[in-house]
Design a protein around this ligand. Structure first.
Ligand code: ADP
Length: 163
């Protein structure tokens, strides 16, 4: 099925993201998890920190790579010879934005398809923002993120960071 790119902020990576990576890796020859650098969202983790966390938690998938990109996703995809975008859908609220993104990407490059995967029911409520909100107040996030991410969150908030 060729090369797919799974774009996002991954600030930080959660079990919801990992579930999509794992399922995507079974469908595509290669999946590139790509952190978009130019999103307006303010982030808790730097690009390098997010890359390192993603690398650690995806190292057991031989056909998954981790990267970051600037500029338009379609241009990045061309440079990687990828023709499919993977997106996860959690709720109806994701739909409107994702439809808009898929339509504009198709308009920018007609050869690109967006491939939507439904969230695993277990993770339908899970987002990086929710994880940060909870971790900030010291509650356990061990059911929501891998251990390395939990540790990284604890360190960030111990040092008085906010986002
Ligand atoms: P968020 O901050 O909302 O977690 P990201 O930009 O990091 O968002 O998300 C990247 C991609 O992962 C998006 O396609 C998003 O829909 C998907 N995603 C995020 N969380 C989940 C989840 N719990 N289940 C399925 N897909 C998810």
């Amino acid at each position: 099925m060729g090369i797919a790119v799974y774009p996002g902020s991954f600030d930080p990576v959660t079990f919801g993201h990992l579930d999509i990576v794992e399922r995507g890796a079974k469908v595509f020859d290669k999946v590139i998890v790509a952190i978009g650098k130019n999103r307006a969202k303010s982030s808790l983790f730097s690009i390098d920190e997010r890359l390192e966390l993603l690398q650690t938690v995806t190292s057991n998938f031989p056909n998954v790579e981790v990267d970051s990109f600037n500029g338009l996703l379609v241009d990045y995809m061309k440079s990687k010879q990828a023709n499919t975008i993977i997106k996860g859908l959690r709720a109806i609220s994701d739909f409107e934005y994702e439809l808009q993104m898929a339509s504009i990407n198709k308009k920018l490059d007609d050869s690109i398809e967006t491939f939507f995967m439904m969230t695993n029911n277990k993770y339908s409520y899970l987002s990086s923002s929710i994880v940060k909100d909870i971790a900030k107040y010291g509650a356990t996030v061990s059911d929501l993120v891998p251990l390395v991410v939990e540790d990284a969150l604890r360190k960030k908030f111990k040092n008085g960071n906010s986002f």
